[in-house]
Design a protein around this ligand. Structure first.
Ligand code: 9UX
Length: 69
């Protein structure tokens, strides 16, 4: 079944950041949808991704993050 993973993400300050984060996470295995809350600094990932891979991918893209749920 599909779950929602919520990440608290640092460094997202503009619309381009939203695009960078979305484009980094969307191709990963198990990711069905990515939703970014820019003001809240949150990213919701639908699907069954490997959480460590999400965190590592965001860090590599310049956005340190932590699991929020
Ligand atoms: Mo958003 Mo531009 O961080 O580097 S302000 S992409």
């Amino acid at each position: 079944m599909s779950t929602t993973t919520v990440l608290q993400v640092q460094g997202m300050t503009c619309g381009s950041c939203v695009r960078h984060v979305t484009q980094a996470l969307t191709p990963l295995a198990g990711v069905e949808a990515v939703e970014v809350d820019l003001k809240g600094g949150l990213v919701r990932v639908e699907g069954n991704p490997d959480v460590a891979t999400l965190l590592e991918t965001l860090a590599d893209a310049g956005y340190p993050s932590a699991l929020a749920n």
